[in-house]
Ligand binder design. Structure first.
Ligand code: NAD
Ligand code: TYD
Length: 330
């Protein structure tokens, strides 16, 4: 099958491209190569590459020519950046999704839209989100993703587009840009830099390995029904402080590097997904967090050549804006 993977040079997208290429699929990537897109993520992986923006109909038509399916990973993805400036999130996650839907409508291609558990918002202890729960996004990022999801559902109902949505939980693994918690803390620990824990660090996330996430998305691409949403949750809920403790243990870093800093505005305390609907299609996560985190830390330890160049230039400016004042006040 010829499959267009948008955002295929990013973290999860590049795992997915590797996954499809290994299965012998004909993969086309469309990626704008923003700060988080990295051609090095696709080195040695068979694919056709197009540099371009999903919000540009001509770029989508060019890259999409002949594709029978599209899987959309392209997005602005970091909550903290959305709090600093939300404009790009609306352009890509809302407008870009609209352009892709128009293309799917015209071409008749199958469309899988990769979304997030963050659209459900904050959860009290003891409950897990199900696919038909209301959307209560807290951050500009989550709101822009919810906007994309609602358009997808409207295009299925109104135009009969053959689209499904996946909502994955917090994902970790190799090749993740070092701004989200796990790669940021691992690379900081390896460099002897502070680990900035927001607030009390008792927030919980439902951790999912990138390979398990990709297997879930592939299941939905092949078996999912139009108009249906599928949660893809790792099922391993941990407090941020516990994840931090394990990173210190695996890197051998000094526990004195942990710094409690001012909390993220609007910070969701807890996410948790009920993934029984996707389990009904035969999917289940196969990597435990303990094993997956150890493998991830080992990769970052070995691949300084991948992350050290990233942690310069634009990254330093973002890091200073996000953390300098916070770290000074602790
Ligand atoms: P990422 O930031 O690593 O990668 C995003 C990719 O999209 C980059 O290659 C970037 O260059 C590309 N891109 C951005 N704007 C674009 C545009 N306008 N046109 C074309 N390409 C563009 O993100 P990720 O963590 O791999 O996330 C991929 C998808 O999975 C996103 O849709 C995200 O919402 C979703 N998701 C992520 C997580 C997570 O924990 N990382 C969890 C659930 C869902
Ligand atoms: P993050 O990786 O940004 O993912 P998300 O916001 O999508 O859940 O954050 C994971 C958790 O870690 C979240 O509760 C916020 C927290 N966190 C910190 O405590 N410090 C940090 O520097 C970052 C980036 C996140």
């Amino acid at each position: 099958m010829r499959i267009l993977v948008t955002g295929g040079a990013g973290f999860i997208g590049s795992h997915f491209v590797r996954h499809l290429a290994a299965a012998g699929e004909d993969v086309v990537v469309l990626d704008k190569l923003t700060y988080s897109g990295n051609p090095a993520n696709l080195e040695g992986v068979a694919h056709e590459f197009h540099a371009g923006d999903i919000a540009d109909p001509d770029a989508v038509a060019r890259a999409g020519k002949g594709a029978e399916a599209i899987v959309n990973f392209a997005a602005e993805t970091h909550v903290d950046r959305s709090i600093l400036a939300a404009g790009e999130f609306i352009t890509t996650d809302v407008m870009g999704t609209h352009v892709l839907l128009e293309w799917a409508r015209e071409s008749g291609a199958r469309f899988v839209h990769v979304s997030t558990d963050e659209v459900y918002g904050d959860l009290p202890p003891g409950v897990s989100s199900r696919e038909d729960d209301p959307l209560r996004p807290s951050s500009p990022y989550a709101a822009s993703k919810a906007g994309g999801d609602l358009q997808v559902l409207a295009y299925v109902r109104t135009y009969g587009v053959n689209a499904s949505i996946t909502r994955g939980s917090n994902t970790y693994g190799t090749h993740q840009y070092p701004e989200k918690m796990i790669p940021l803390f691992v690379t900081n620990a390896l460099e002897g830099e502070p680990l900035p824990v927001y607030g009390d660090g008792r927030q919980t996330r439902d951790w999912l390995h990138a390979e398990d996430h990709c297997a879930g998305i592939e299941t939905v691409l092949r078996e999912g029904a139009p108009g249906e949403v599928y949660n893809v949750g790792g099922g391993e809920e941990l407090e941020n402080l516990e994840v931090t403790r394990r990173i210190l243990e695996l890197t051998g870093a000094d526990p004195g590097l942990v710094r409690h800093v001012d909390d993220r505005p609007g910070h969701d305390r807890r996410y948790s997904l009920d993934s029984s609907k996707l389990a009904g299609l035969g999917w289940k996560p196969t990597r435990g967090f303990e094993e997956g985190l150890a493998e991830t830390v080992a990769w970052y330890r070995d691949r300084r050549d991948w992350w050290e160049p990233i942690k310069s230039g634009e990254y330093r400016a973002y890091y200073a804006e996000q953390y300098e004042a916070r770290l000074k006040s602790t």
